[in-house]
Design a protein around this ligand. Structure first.
Ligand SMILES: [Zn+2]
Length: 104
């Protein structure tokens, strides 16, 4: 359970929520699947999935207990993502150019 405590400490409540909302549970094999997936990646089930927040949270908790390193894949919040950094660089670049245009 230590990983779950750490997970809650390093991720905000909002991040936890959006992670839980982006997942669903397969009723056949109980595995977690991305909410947008049409079928279960494990057993191939197509149909109704469990999106109940409590059940998804429980599944996620037990999955992270077995495989804590998945946390970084599911919620990579420790380091800014490549896209975030790229956006920052581009924003800075645009601001710089605007400043140069004004002075010219
Ligand atoms: Zn399944």
């Amino acid at each position: 359970m230590e990983e779950i405590k750490n997970f809650r400490q390093t991720r905000s409540e909002g991040q936890m929520q959006s992670l839980v909302l982006s997942l669903k549970v397969c009723p056949v094999c109980d595995s977690l699947t991305r909410a947008e997936a049409e079928h279960c990646g494990l057993c191939g089930w197509r149909g109704q999935f469990t999106t109940d927040v409590t059940q998804v949270s429980e599944s996620l908790a037990s999955l992270l207990e077995k495989c804590p390193e998945l946390l970084q894949t599911l919620a990579p919040t420790c380091a800014p993502s490549f896209l975030t950094r790229l956006r920052e660089v581009l924003t800075r670049e645009i601001k710089l150019r605007k400043r140069l245009d004004l002075s010219a």
